[in-house]
Design a protein around this ligand. Structure first.
Ligand SMILES: NC(=O)c1ccc[n+]([C@@H]2O[C@H](COP(=O)([O-])OP(=O)(O)OC[C@H]3O[C@@H](n4cnc5c(N)ncnc54)[C@H](O)[C@@H]3O)[C@@H](O)[C@H]2O)c1
Length: 294
């Protein structure tokens, strides 16, 4: 396949589900060879098979990339298979529970430190020598919560605040090697996280979350992947240290404007990717975190 990422090699962490599935499939369609990374229980194999069936190039890598050895082995596997590394997408993350800070469980906090902070740090450190060789780039999953903070979800916003500041530092430090680093800050996206049936929010929180979005709906994983594509491509050659919010306007809004959007404007676009795993993510991560809290 040829396109905006022809001849590029990309690692997509958390690439088997949710937003990561869309990034993996979008990048493969645009010509990249993709290493789809996830935990054992993630549908990584399926996503790889679906990419191959479309004529794309991909391999899977299973493991917890918050661990130093696994992160190093993941980067090594990518370079051994495809000969180089051009793009690191730090998308893996966790959102195990919601609670006011006075009752927030230590275990859930530690879980996010591991999956949101360690994973980003470990993969970035392991990938940098290869990205320096290829004059490559990093795009990391931040969040509007990392910018604004978020009630009932305060430590999550804190972990994403780390990602924002850390990767801005990487952008400045690594510029002299030709390496770029940028951040995508999603608002509420239509994955397992923002539905009461599959994520930690109750019905009231879910409703308030969507009401707070000026565009009046969740974003789709594909709409987020479109922005990752731009930032990871050579089209963004003069963009580094930037945070692109893909949030339907939530970061700049004040109040429940989403309620005023007429229903015909709230329809999600159908998109063109064959996404099958947008609600499969966070299942094991959350189950383990909840089990450790009980
Ligand atoms: N969904 C949203 O509304 C939203 C909003 C803001 C930011 N984000 C960010 O976007 C990213 C993706 O979110 P999503 O909704 O697609 O989540 P998701 O749960 O659907 O997918 C995340 C994937 O990452 C994997 N993962 C987590 N920790 C890992 C680890 N240590 N090693 C390997 N794999 C790991 C999970 O198993 C899962 O498959 C996250 O970083 C999240 O913080 C999401």
């Amino acid at each position: 396949m040829s396109g905006r990422l022809t001849n590029k090699v990309a690692i997509v962490t958390g690439g088997g589900a949710g937003i990561g599935e869309a990034i993996s499939k979008k990048f493969a369609r645009e010509g990249a060879a993709v290493v789809v990374v996830g935990l054992d229980s993630d549908p990584v194999r399926e996503v790889v098979d679906e990419i191959l069936a479309e004529g794309g190039r991909a391999i899977g890598y299973l493991g917890d990339i918050s661990r130093e050895e696994t992160a190093k082995a993941c980067v090594k596997a990518a370079v051994e298979e495809f000969g180089k590394l051009d793009i690191l997408i730090n998308n893996a993350g966790a959102f195990p529970t919601v609670s006011t800070i006075d009752k927030y469980p230590t275990e859930a906090f530690e879980y996010m430190i591991k999956n949101n902070i360690y994973s980003n740090f470990m993969m970035t450190r392991a990938a940098i020598p290869h990205l320096q060789k290829s004059k490559g780039n990093i795009v990391s999953a931040g969040s509007e919560a990392g910018h604004m903070g978020e009630p009932q979800n305060t430590p999550y916003g804190g972990t994403k605040g780390f990602v924002h500041a850390f990767q801005r530092g990487v952008a400045v430090e690594q510029a002299k090697f030709g390496v770029r680093s940028n951040i995508v800050g999603p608002g509420p996206i239509d994955t397992a996280w923002t539905h009461k049936e599959t994520g930690p929010m109750n019905a009231k929180m879910e409703k308030l979350t969507v009401q707070g979005v000026p565009l009046g709906r969740r974003g789709t994983p594909e709409e987020v992947a479109n922005v990752y594509l731009f930032l990871a491509s050579d089209e963004a050659s003069y963009v580094t240290g930037a945070t692109y919010y893909v949030d339907g306007g939530v970061t700049i809004s004040k109040g429940p404007h989403g309620d005023e959007v007429p229903s015909h404007l709230k329809q999600e676009p159908t998109g063109e990717l064959n996404l099958k795993h947008s609600k499969d993510g966070n299942t094991k991560v959350r189950k383990e975190a909840l089990a450790s809290m009980s």
